[in-house]
Design a protein around this ligand. Structure first.
Ligand code: PLP
Length: 349
């Protein structure tokens, strides 16, 4: 499909209607309930668009210095605005001054957001990852999103969901918010959208969908026919091959397997996640496991210093899952034995 599209048309001026872009926008709107889509090339660009949209909204309401509530441990990208929105000093250090206009609160803490709502009249939006990926696979409580929606509605704020990592079927539904029954005003996508071909998207609905006019924002390559063909094919394959169901089943299997083999080990704090977004939190820094896993043929990551993060492909098989567990568990056990780990603090699913 990509070879075929590359032979036809890779890029064209947006002075022309781009049929594949229109098809992709309609498809994304249909599966998300959103109305408009702006296409770009990456997750940070999608978030830049969302930040600009929220600021634009603020200015339309007469707010001179609009602010966006963001979360501790959040990750939104590495451009200057998105690293300013990111809640990690590691990402920001060396690149100051940061962009103003972000108010940070602890993740999964509705009272902290309510306090901001009470004290700060310049806020125009809340921007949040439902499951913090880089921050360590932090899953919010079931009522968190409902609470955020209520606060946003009460104060006329946009609810912006960064689904760059959690979206595109990874948690078992097209988008993580669809597990909650709550809908955002703005949502950002990238990563799995193009399955390796660079494409990002910022989707909006309601008042948020009516703000930008032609010329308010733009991108030369965003939404080019090649990237849109890749995304349309990705969406079709996720649906046709039942990959969201697979994400749920494999995710349950992996978490249950790690739970039975690692929970109770001294030094294992928690095994958590949703679908194929899985975190195993240890009681100590464990970055060295990345190299050890690589030597054993596994590509894993360690985020937030202590969390082994697993993001297997959506077409991961049961056999591959068993191989992952059988390879990773002994590595973790060996790591814990060598580091003389302290007692386990808690285990939960
Ligand atoms: N938002 C989230 C939640 C992410 O996980 C990432 C990347 O890891 C980004 C945004 C940035 O995406 P990109 O690297 O495509 O700019």
């Amino acid at each position: 499909m990509l070879r075929e599209q590359a032979g036809k048309l890779v890029h064209t001026s947006n002075l022309y209607g781009i049929t594949l872009q229109e098809q992709l926008a309609s498809r994304l709107a249909a599966i998300s309930g959103m109305e408009n889509v702006f296409f770009c090339n990456s997750g940070c660009e999608a978030n830049e668009a969302a930040i600009k949209l929220a600021r634009y909204y603020g200015h339309q309401k007469g707010i001179e210095a609009p602010a966006i509530v963001v979360m501790e441990k959040a990750f939104h990208g590495r451009t200057i605005a998105t690293l300013s929105a990111t809640g990690s000093r590691k990402v920001q250090a060396g690149f100051e001054p940061l962009v103003a206009g972000f108010v940070r609160v602890p993740f999964d803490d509705l009272d902290a957001v309510r306090r901001i709502a009470h004290n700060n009249r310049s806020v125009v939006a809340v921007m949040v990852e439902l499951i913090q990926g880089e921050g360590g696979i932090n899953v919010c409580h079931a009522d968190y999103l409902h609470g955020l929606r209520e606060i946003c509605d009460a104060h006329g704020w946009f609810l912006i969901l960064d689904e760059v990592q959690s979206g595109m079927g990874r948690t078992g539904t097209w988008f993580a918010f669809q597990n909650s029954g709550v809908e955002p005003d703005v949502m950002t996508l990238a990563k799995g959208l193009g399955n390796g071909i660079p494409i990002g998207a910022c989707l909006a609905k309601g008042a948020a969908a009516k703000l930008f006019k032609p010329g308010s924002h733009g991108s030369t390559f965003g939404g080019n026919p090649f990237a849109c063909a890749a995304a349309l094919t990705t969406l079709a394959i996720i649906e046709d091959e039942g990959l969201m169901k697979n994400a749920v089943e494999l995710g349950d299997f992996l978490r249950a397997s790690f739970q039975s083999r690692l929970a109770g080990h001294a030094g294992v704090r928690e095994i958590r996640g949703q679908g194929l977004m899985i975190g195993i939190e240890l009681a100590q820094q464990c970055g060295e496991l990345v190299q050890r896993a690589l030597e054993a043929g596994l590509l894993i990551n360690v985020t937030a210093d202590t969390v082994i993060r697993l993001l297997p492909p959506l077409n991961f098989t049961r056999e591959q899952g068993e191989m992952l567990v059988d390879t990773l568990v002994p590595l973790v056990e060996d790591f814990l034995a060598r580091h003389n780990a302290p007692q386990a603090v808690a285990q939960s699913a």
